[in-house]
Design a binder for this molecule. Structure first.
Ligand SMILES: C[S@@+](CC[C@H](N)C(=O)[O-])C[C@H]1O[C@@H](n2cnc3c(N)ncnc32)[C@H](O)[C@@H]1O
Length: 259
């Protein structure tokens, strides 16, 4: 018989299509237990019945599982490598570059790439798709309003050039906003886009089990065009990348090998 937590994960999957069993269990269970106890529920099934009825509790629950922290130019040295080595390597004069920011949270990452391209590669045609499982963060991403904290790694000249102050917040310029298409996508369930030249997927795979990661890396590899590049987060180096038909190009960048 399933225990309280596993029964809960099954009910959540049926309700939301989010499979908690593919996220590292100890970490996820700890996060959810503290939230459940804070709201005064004795066990996960009673907690499920509550989130099933109360939309605010449901939103709070989704917030807790998705962990939406992000910022512009997160780990700036990697963005320099992207500018100096990776984009020059994958750009062509003929074809539009297809870029996918997967698990983009509130949009800092896809807007960072749109700014970098406009600033340094104005002649390269690009299309940028940005996806996340959480509809609430996608709505915020589309608004493009940020606290100054999210901009702390962005070079000052770029902040001045691509943002407009709006009260205590900074709004990303409409020319940059229009470069990015946001869409809901679950990395564990949905079909992946194809012929992508650059996939940026950072700081989400750390939350998944090894089996889930395996599946996602294989999907990313199929998604990439020949010589396409996968850019991962700064704690997410891939062991044995050749297993997935990709090879290390530079720290945290992997290139599809032609097979
Ligand atoms: C910590 S944020 C990473 C944001 C950005 N990539 C960065 O590195 O700054 C993790 C994001 O992963 C998303 N996420 C979690 N599970 C997901 C899934 N199964 N499919 C797609 N996105 C997911 C969350 O909603 C959250 O916005």
């Amino acid at each position: 018989m399933l225990d309280d937590y596993h029964l809960f994960t099954e009910k959540v999957y049926t309700k939301l299509g989010i499979d908690l069993q593919q996220y590292k269990e100890a970490q996820m269970k700890r996060r959810l237990t503290s939230l459940r106890e804070k709201r005064g529920y004795q066990d996960f099934i009673t907690y499920f019945n509550a989130i099933n009825k109360d939309i605010d509790l449901l939103h709070e629950f989704v917030d807790r599982i998705t962990i939406n922290v992000s910022e512009f130019y997160r780990n700036p040295k990697r963005w320099d490598v992207l500018k100096d080595i990776i984009i020059p390597l994958i750009k062509t004069n003929t074809k539009e570059l297809s870029i996918w920011s997967a698990a983009c949270s509130t949009g800092e990452e896809p807007y960072s790439i749109a700014i970098l391209l406009k600033e340094h590669f104005p002649d390269v045609k690009t299309k940028i798709l940005a996806t996340d499982i959480d509809e609430k963060v996608l709505e915020k991403a589309k608004q493009g309003l940020y606290l100054e904290q999210a901009l702390k790694e962005l070079p000052a000249n770029l902040k001045a050039k691509y943002f407009n102050r709006n009260g205590s917040q900074f709004e990303v310029d409409s020319a940059i906003k229009s470069k990015v298409t946001f869409k809901k996508h679950n990395l564990l369930e949905d079909t992946y886009p194809t012929q992508v030249d650059l996939i940026i997927c950072r700081n989400v795979l750390i939350y998944f089990t090894d089996q889930a990661k395996d599946k996602i890396y294989n999907n990313f590899s199929s998604s990439l065009s020949n010589n396409g590049v996968l850019f991962v987060g700064s704690t997410e180096q891939i062991f044995s990348p050749n297993k997935y038909g990709i090879k290390l190009l530079d720290t945290f960048f992997y290139q599809k090998t032609n097979q």
